[in-house]
Ligand binder design. Sequence first.
Ligand SMILES: *Cc1c(COP(=O)(O)O)cnc(C)c1O
Length: 387
Amino acid sequence: MTAETVLARINVMKPWLGEEEASALAEVVASGWVAQGPKVKQFEADFSAAQGARHAIATSSCTTALHLALVVAGIGAGDDVVVPSLSFIATANAVTYVGARPVFCDVDPATGNVTAETIRAALTLDTRAVIVVDQGGVPVDLDPIRELCDRHEITIIEDAACAVGSQYRGRPVGTGADVTVWSFHPRKIITTGEGGMLTTQRADWAARARTLREHSMSVSATDRHGSVLAPAEVYLEIGYNYRMTDLQAAVGIVQLGRLARIVERRREIAAQYVAGLRGLRGLRFAADPPYGTTNFQSFWLEVLPGFRTDREGLLARLADAGISARRGIMAAHRQPAYRWRDTGNAGLQNTERMTDRTLILPVFHELDDAGMERVMECIRAAAGART
Ligand SMILES: *Cc1c(COP(=O)(O)O)cnc(C)c1O
């Protein structure tokens, strides 16, 4: 093998970061104010405008935003919260943080998302909230869920960790929930290193989340440092330190400005994969649902029994070719953290099928045609097709 034939590894994801982020960071460093301050405030304003949300509260991660969402919704011990098992484990963990019980429901196999039907099957007399997830960026069908939840006075929390830039019925996802949370982890659509956001239309919940994020101080740190003689603060309840820094927010502001181009490119890449692999038997691809558009945060494919090899076999072929694909979304109910807990778990067939059979292909802004062709050649070869 000559040096030329050793191909660079293709990662499953690579954030699109550049000079603009570097100079935004340099500016914050030069200002001397690096903790939560004016940049966080600006990022919140930009984000709420982009998402059509009245209030936006930046946090240290989506997980901490989820925790705050459950606290402001008044969820606690004795309450049941319906969540999909087919999600990153943080969705269920946040419910456990507040002492409530996550009750796992199944998903629709076409989207990988919960539906009004799968939620209904998991309702108990103690259900006070449901966390819907826009899995991999595919928007959840919220209207029928809203109808069901309104009838039972159930709060809807939307975990839109993956879904910045996805749309539901022509609008950004998240606007139909009572409170929505977002992630800026590098594995998601736009990044601040670590970071999250909570959005809501409710002024009272927004105000409480804002203080809870900052130890429930009556006077924010920004305001205290802004005056020479700081006013005495009062700690209203048990709060948390879930703040984002100005360093992160400065990067987030630039990233948000790139959002439309990032989503457009990801959709192009997904379309190219589908066009190039459609002819193979035994594969099924992530796609837009009839009521919305996905940002393709994850472009998953399901390896059906009609394919030449199974999911593990295909992953191994891709790994041998230096292509870092990933197993599909996890199923929380199978993890040791939840396996022995009482979490409902009635009928999770679609969840188990999707977690066992799906894999995620590389999609990132700078993935080029040659990279995509390498991925597709490898899958065609695994299918036994002529390449
Ligand atoms: C990534 C992810 C989270 C956690 O986000 P962090 O910002 O890393 O805390 C929560 N829920 C879902 C569905 C996710 O994909």
